[in-house]
Design a protein around this ligand. Sequence first.
Ligand SMILES: [Zn+2]
Length: 109
Amino acid sequence: MESAVILLCPICNAIHALEGRRNEYSKQELFSQVKTHLRGHDLNEPKMAIRKYGVVSDATEIVVPSKTRRQLPIKEWTERDDTWLPDGALSGGEGSQSTPESSVEVSSL
Ligand SMILES: [Zn+2]
């Protein structure tokens, strides 16, 4: 069995997997991974920072059989629908942990 860390973009639902355990990565490393991806979205600096912290705090460590780990999107961010993940990896069915979108929106006034 192998460990991997899953990052999920809240904007486009893309997934990026990192080999190894979450505690092998410093927050700075995780932030830089996320920031690289978020640059592709049209965000201003405050929104970028909010999203960046959100993705890193939601990073999930999973354990998969060695032979299936290569199916994870290790090299690049991949659409969630095109991505193989073990059942329950992102605990998507519960729905109670999602952050309300409205708290992120900044009023123009
Ligand atoms: Zn994205």
